[in-house]
Design a protein around this ligand. Structure first.
Ligand code: HPA
Ligand code: ZN
Length: 326
């Protein structure tokens, strides 16, 4: 078995998937029709053609437009269920799903509708596919900390349905320190804490995620390589990085997958993992990310096994299952 085939066959955990980023164009149009939502694209092909991104913001503009078709609990269920079926085909046995409540509450959708639909899909995934899952509520960093606090407050009646909080959306100009107080409150509530940092932003934002937010994982984090002291600290703490190679390629963080820093991160002794980020927009689900990265960088069987193992080490899965896959 080649390293790429091994990667496709191994059981894996996916830790960085924005569930709204799993909305395929076909489902976007089906939901638009079902809900009577008008889209500024003529059809599936025209929408796909718009997926020529130049940076994070150019993607986010389209991603938020796509999410506008989600109105009812069943829409959130259908979206997450479609993801779980694809994850199952890729040998994902555990998934931690980011969701962006503010994208929906801003359109008048109740947060209970969002969490209810996602939670029901998580239950089905366990019952029908044997996939365990967790939800992680993300705050949109282009909005204010006050709005993040209001979102947290609105989510508290559903506290038992999510295990942690994250920070996503436009990174540049929105350092982690902007959200220090709301993350402190989340930690008091016993929530896990993760944050996007060092995707487009500088190493200082990764330091900020560690020091100001006490992030347990860094989402992306690839720009840590610009700061050797930071790499040493991430290795010392064994802070996981949830890296998303095809996302990095599509958002022009790297020019070519052959230049992707994944191998350098592993060589530096970091707990790096492979993830799909927004698979409907970036050209592939988890195995596509694994296979293309393994082939582009010539990763070995040992490196593939380390990546799969890291995904469980870095997960918030129950301790017994975590130990079984280490
Ligand atoms: N980065 C920041 N915010 C996001 C992303 C991402 O890759 N995907 C969805 N929201
Ligand atoms: Zn992301």
């Amino acid at each position: 078995m080649s390293p790429a085939e091994l990667a496709a066959h191994l059981p894996k955990a996916e830790l960085h998937i924005h569930i709204e980023g799993s909305l395929e164009p076909e489902l976007i149009f089906a939901l638009a029709q079902r809900n009577g939502v008008k889209l500024p694209y003529h059809g599936v092909e025209a929408l796909r053609e718009a997926y020529a991104f130049t940076n994070l913001q150019s993607f986010l503009d389209i991603y938020y437009a796509g999410a506008s078709v989600l109105l009812h609990e069943v829409d959130f269920f259908d979206m997450a269920w479609a993801y779980f079926q694809r994850a199952y085909a890729d040998r994902v046995i555990h998934a931690e799903l980011f969701f962006d409540p503010q994208t929906h509450t801003a359109r008048g959708v109740d947060i209970g509708v969002v969490i209810g639909g996602l939670q029901r899909a998580c239950e089905w995934a366990q019952a029908e596919l044997g996939i365990s899952s967790r939800l992680i509520l993300c705050f949109l960093r282009h909005l204010s900390e006050e709005e993040a606090f209001a979102t947290l407050e609105a989510a508290l009646p559903y506290r038992q349905h999510f295990v942690g909080v994250g920070l996503d959306s436009s990174e540049l100009g929105h350092p982690p320190s902007k959200f220090s107080r709301v993350f402190a409150r989340c930690r008091e509530l016993g929530l896990h804490v993760v944050a996007h940092a060092g995707e487009e932003g500088p190493p200082a934002y990764i330091w900020g995620a560690l020091d100001d937010l006490k992030a347990e994982r860094i989402d992306h984090g690839v720009r840590c390589l610009d700061d050797p002291a930071l790499v040493a600290e991430l290795a010392r703490r064994r802070t996981p990085l949830t890296v998303c190679p095809l996302s990095n390629l599509k958002l022009c963080v790297v020019k070519d997958l052959r230049e992707h820093p994944m191998k350098r991160l592993l060589d530096a002794g970091l707990c790096a993992t492979v993830n799909s980020d927004d698979p409907a927009y970036f050209g592939g689900y988890l195995n596509a990310n694994f296979v293309q990265t393994v082939e582009a960088l010539g990763l070995s069987r040992e490196e593939v096994i380390a990546l799969a193992r890291n995904s469980f080490e870095a997960s918030f899965i129950d301790e017994e299952t975590r130990q079984r896959y280490l």
